[in-house]
Design a protein around this ligand. Structure first.
Ligand code: ZN
Length: 633
């Protein structure tokens, strides 16, 4: 995947990237056709999400599309460029509110200029409410409001409720005597007040609200079903289709259960009303879809680790009393995204764990996947963003990162997830509540230390998980550089570290830095006023990771609250203000956009003599063109 262009463009705080799907080429024709139709189903529900995000979003989008297509005037001047940035931001966020901060975008062009654009593009009168949405900063200012004390339903600009108050919604969905608690409720409807003042659900189904879009999703899913990998997947699709037709959430629960159990197919998919982050009350789910191809090679790696879970447990540098005599490694599935849709596009998660219904998870388990072609694209772009060159201590460190950074990061994650969290045991009578608010930082530190200790073990080379210990050296450099410097770019000057993963990284990095000072294991250097942390002795550093692992495991196993507090408060919370200021200034000069999203690939049927003989994948590189094409279809 070397000469592929991952970075496409950057506007405001957004980077547009591309991802590649090498696993697609290894599929049979039948599997490729499965991906093809699932991908069409993944795109067919896009308008649902736009409307869910705000009731005027589709009207705004249609104006933007119209202007981009028909405006005959000057497109080079500054005003039009401002309009273009606004349009791209709206396309990226699937609406007029920022996808992450939820704040409304405020145009940097004038109202008059916008009206001139619409007139010249042959657009008639623009609705007053639509104009207010675009230009009035106080009107529908935030998509999801979570401030305590407000009526969250009334204050949020999303489109899940109409004319109802938070109290009414909560009462409507409160579990009443006799109602089954093991049924998903309220997930797929808009709650409105009808003409006589009663609350009523407008259910999202074929023939109901969003009927037109769901009809298309269903048609594509039915085509896809013909090429399903196995009968279990056929059953899944049949249940999903029936659920889209009837709106009956019990069918969705059945589908989720079948979907969790199916683990054989080389192609898998998510399609439905899934995540509830867009609703402050967490009842209503936004529509999303991901089509995935199992990455056999990467799964092979996690399988090798899981198969040897007991060896890793027995050889860990911790007290024998804290070791398990039996361990089950978890085989997390590694997949490549083949298509992203709805709430997973253009911004996308890198890992997904479903279903969300807690009772299904408890009874039937969940499926956990990481999208490794997406993380690959992020990694490829980060290598050229300038951050590595700015903060790496030496040319050798940069060389290692370019060659092994991606593999090192993945193996670290594998060790952390498949073995680290599952390792070790508590002493009898000790529960995780003993560590209170320090529990999650200690637990993350334990999993990270397990990974850092073992990534430098010759056993990993022997198992064929890594080609050489240079991968481990690379990971050590990345970890120290990130823990002591790069991650600080996500924190405002004067603030402490709050998030548990960030705390754990600084805790580990600064603890080993301090302990290794006498032996110069990691040296702090200053060149041209810039700070660098240079690792001098990798083997000694590994020992230090092992020593800290032993201590962190002891703290967890014994439930030593004071020990946890001491470690975290001493090493993981406070930031050296001088170093922080320096790091922020160095980062600022690189102009790296903090958020990223993706252009999807395109799939085309290849026909010969009236027969479909192949499916071709193409990687377009024009974000706006893809957005306009999606709008047209
Ligand atoms: Zn973790």
């Amino acid at each position: 995947m070397t000469d592929f262009k991952y970075f496409v463009e950057q506007f405001d705080d957004i980077k547009i990237l591309r991802y590649q799907v090498p696993a697609f080429e290894r599929l049979s024709l039948r599997e490729k056709l499965f991906v093809y139709y699932l991908s069409r189903a993944a795109l067919a529900g896009r308008d649902i999400l736009w409307d869910q995000n705000n009731r005027y979003n589709l009207a705004v989008r249609s104006l933007l599309e119209n202007i981009l297509r028909d405006y005959p005037g000057d497109r080079e001047n500054a005003a039009f460029q401002d309009f273009l940035v606004y349009a791209k931001k709206v396309f990226f966020a699937n609406g007029v509110h920022h996808h992450y901060s939820m704040e409304k975008f405020i145009p940097t062009f004038s109202r008059d200029y916008f009206l001139e654009l619409t007139r010249a593009s042959g657009i008639g009168q623009v609705e007053d409410e639509v104009m207010r949405l675009i230009f009035d900063p106080d009107f529908m200012a935030k998509r999801v409001v979570l401030d305590e004390g407000k009526d969250l339903v009334a204050a949020s600009a999303n489109n899940y409720y109409e004319g109802v108050s938070q109290r009414e919604v909560e009462e409507f969905y409160r579990l009443k005597p006799g109602e089954d608690e093991f049924v998903t409720r309220g997930l797929n409807s808009t709650l409105v007040k009808n003409a006589v003042g009663q609350l009523e659900e407008e259910v999202w189904r074929v023939g109901g609200k969003y009927g037109k879009q769901l009809e298309r999703v269903v048609a594509e899913l039915e085509m896809a079903a013909r090429y399903a990998c196995n009968e279990a997947q056929e059953r899944c699709i049949a249940l999903l289709v029936e659920y889209y037709r009837t709106g009956d959430t019990r069918l969705f629960d059945q589908y989720s259960i079948e979907w969790v159990k199916e683990n054989e197919g080389r192609v898998d998919f998510i399609n439905g009303f899934i995540e509830v982050y867009g609703d402050p009350l967490a009842y209503k789910a936004s529509w999303e879809s991901v089509v995935q191809i199992i990455d056999e090679e990467a799964c092979e790696r996690t399988r090798k680790l899981a198969d040897n879970a007991l060896w890793f447990e027995q050889n860990a540098p911790v007290d024998e009393r804290f070791k398990k005599s039996e361990v089950n490694g978890i085989t997390a599935r590694v997949v490549q995204a083949a298509m992203l849709g709805g709430d997973c596009h253009p911004a996308t998660p890198i890992g997904i764990n479903l279903p969300n219904a807690e009772w299904i998870r408890e009874r039937y388990g969940s499926k956990s996947v990481t999208l490794d072609n997406i993380t690959y694209a992020y990694d490829a772009v980060s290598l050229t963003s300038g951050v590595l060159d700015e903060f790496a201590a030496s040319g050798e460190e940069i060389r290692l990162a370019r060659e092994y950074g991606y593999l090192g990061g993945n193996v670290h994650t594998d060790l952390h997830e498949c073995l680290g969290h599952g390792s070790g045991k508590m002493l009898p009578g000790v529960g995780q509540e003993a560590l209170k608010n320090y529990y999650s930082t200690i637990e993350e530190a334990r999993a990270d230390l397990f990974a850092l200790y073992y990534i430098m073990d010759p056993k990993l080379v022997e198992l064929g998980v890594i080609p050489s210990l240079d991968v481990a050296k690379c990971e050590y450099c990345n970890y120290i550089r990130n823990g002591l410097m790069v991650q600080l770019t996500r924190v405002k000057l004067g603030c402490n570290l709050e998030e548990s993963h960030m705390r754990n990284r600084q805790l580990i990095a600064s603890w080993v830095y301090e302990r290794g000072q006498a032996d110069r294991v990691i040296e702090r250097e200053t060149r041209d006023g810039k700070t660098y942390f240079h690792i001098r002795d990798f083997q000694r550093l590994r020992q230090l990771f092992g020593e800290l692992l032993a201590e962190v495991q002891r703290v967890k196993s014994e439930g030593d609250f004071e020990g946890a507090r001491h470690l975290i408060e001493t090493y993981g919370v406070r930031i050296d203000p001088d170093l922080h200021r320096e790091v922020l200034a160095r980062y600022e000069r690189l102009h790296v956009a903090p958020y990223a999203g993706f252009i999807n690939p395109e799939y085309h049927l290849v026909e010969r003599d009236g027969q479909i003989v192949d499916v071709r994948v193409e990687y377009p590189d024009d974000f706006l063109a893809q957005m306009l094409a999606y709008g047209k279809n």
